[in-house]
Design a protein around this ligand. Structure first.
Ligand code: LFR
Length: 509
């Protein structure tokens, strides 16, 4: 038995998970055990007027930040717990959400807490960038979807700030934590592909584009592929963890979605996936990017996957809308128990109200039920009234968005799709899985829940020489012993595929 620690940081919680690779004669498989879970979330912080003595105070601004030091503590606590549990770890791998960076100054010290991708500082920035580098040119180079939070837009938004002026290096969140553990600063390529500064074909930095946008290319660290040695945990940290042997840190698909896609238990290439957590990432795994104008118009992204694959996908707003809805109700003193609400939502007639769940209104934190009501009114529908109706509207709208994304991805890439794999927290949402099968008209295979952590461990295990072979071999090891559930279109409580056709043409004429 060999054990690895997967650090998987999500938008609402961070986790450290021990993955044991075991083989009882029927081939290797991975057993996961969570050893630490800690909360994560945005912290809204104001600037303080007059922070510079003698300066004329500007208007106070508020910025959404991540509390990255609390995350680092959670990671260290988790690695300590993992060491207590298994004695000696064969490695550590780190993945998290994408795009956000920590800036380091000339001393290598963190300048400020990373800004959260849901902060409004990038409002209007994409348009400003496109005036210098046209959107079509950027897409042809980077293959990246336009999301206001892409790192390139964040760096342009930060121009003129004291923080950026003092920055010498910009590290994506997993790379920042990896640098703190090992002292080695790199940009792991799957996550680097979400910056808007990586060439989709050559997988090198587009330094010429950065220069045209006035971005200091010195901020961009050397690139590293997933599945290599980053370095060893520094001796002082290792002593503090109680880990006696040298402790390697391996690069993995440090973009959580890249790790989740590694863990998709697909048996043939003709699959689509929904990596379903705070976001739902819906798409295909391809061998080469799709950089056509039609693909750009549909805002599909070509993010880098493990082993040179391309994650051709669309960001669907995801369970975030449900999470924020529950938070809004909770703050208002209304019942907000997910199992009860989901059971009630299952009783609501399907497709009564559907909204474009990917509309920009749903991106920032806030009162989602009010935004859903406004979206319903805008499209000539009756807003959902009861809490159950609101939840049902969210789930129907998500399933409709998954259906559109799967079909568009297949059309734009020419890939045939036979099955939809749902991985991540959404696996637990039976109603959503049923609706997804019905909406797409395809069987849904749900599992694993901890997709990103499993993919993280699989890539580490191969780097360490414990597993061998291709991505397909890793997937087979990951799938062995998983408890997968299959849903067919036309399941109980679903309206049938023709009703989704009608809803789609009503909402997206
Ligand atoms: C999912 C995810 C998405 C990315 C979004 C923001 O956790 O990594 O893939 O678009 O978060 O970083």
């Amino acid at each position: 038995m060999t054990a690895f620690a997967a650090v998987d940081l999500g938008a609402s919680s961070g986790r450290v998970i021990v993955g044991r690779v075991v083989d009882e004669g029927d081939g290797p498989r991975v057993l996961l055990h969570e050893v630490n879970r800690f909360p994560n979330g945005p912290v809204r912080v104001p600037t303080v007027p007059g922070a510079t003595a003698g300066a004329v105070a500007g208007p106070t601004r508020e910025t959404l930040h991540w509390d990255v030091l609390a995350l680092y503590r959670g990671v260290l606590d988790g690695l300590r717990a993992a060491t207590r549990e298994v004695g000696t770890l064969a490695g550590v791998g780190i993945d998290s959400w994408a795009v956000d960076v920590g800036l380091l100054d000339a001393d290598g010290a963190l300048v400020a807490n990373p800004v959260h991708y849901r902060d409004a500082r990038t409002d209007g920035i994409p348009e400003k960038v496109f005036a210098t580098v046209p959107a079509a040119e950027l897409y042809a180079r980077t293959g990246l979807q336009v999301q206001p939070f892409n790192t390139v837009f964040q760096l342009v938004a930060a121009q003129g700030t004291a923080a950026l002026a003092s920055a010498r290096q910009a590290l994506l969140v997993p790379d920042l934590l990896g640098a703190w553990l090992t002292g080695t600063a790199v940009a792991e390529v799957t996550n680097a592909s979400t910056t808007g500064l990586l060439d989709a074909t050559t997988r090198t930095w587009t330094t010429d584009v950065a220069e045209r946008l006035g971005i200091d290319t010195g901020l961009l660290p050397p690139l590293r592929a997933p599945g290599v040695l980053l370095g060893h945990v520094r001796d002082d940290v290792r002593a503090d963890l109680g880990h006696h042997a040298p402790l390697p840190v391996w690069t993995v698909g440090s973009h959580d979605t890249a790790s989740a896609v590694v863990a998709v238990p697909a048996a043939s290439p003709e699959f689509a996936y929904v990596s379903c957590g705070t976001w739902s990432l819906v798409g295909l795994e391809l061998d080469a990017p799709v950089l056509t104008e039609a693909s750009r118009a549909a805002n599909f992204t070509n993010e880098a996957g493990v082993d040179g694959t391309v994650r051709y996908l669309k960001n669907v707003m995801g369970l975030w809308v449900l999470q924020e809805t529950l938070r809004t109700w909770n703050d208002a003193g209304l019942p907000a128990d997910p199992p009860d609400l989901l059971a009630a939502a299952a009783q609501v007639p399907a497709l009564t109200t559907v909204v474009d769940i990917d509309a920009p209104d749903f991106l920032p934190p806030g009162d989602m039920p009010a935004r859903i009501a406004a979206a319903a009114v805008r499209t000539g529908q009756t807003p959902p009234q009861s809490q159950a109706e609101v939840v049902r509207c969210i789930l129907d709208s998500l399933a409709l968005a998954y259906r559109r994304a799967v079909r568009q991805a297949a059309d734009l890439s020419g890939r045939d799709v036979q099955v939809v794999h749902v991985v991540g927290g959404g696996v637990r949402n039976e109603l959503l899985c049923r609706l997804t099968a019905d909406a797409t008209g395809l069987p849904v295979v749900a599992g694993p829940v901890e997709g990103a952590a499993l993919g993280n461990v699989l890539v580490q295990a191969r780097a360490a020489g414990v597993l061998h072979g291709s991505l397909a071999d890793l997937r087979a090891a990951g799938a062995r012993g998983l408890d997968l559930r299959r849903y067919e279109p036309g399941g109980p409580g679903t309206p049938g595929t023709p009703h989704w056709d009608a809803a789609e043409s009503r909402l997206f004429p």
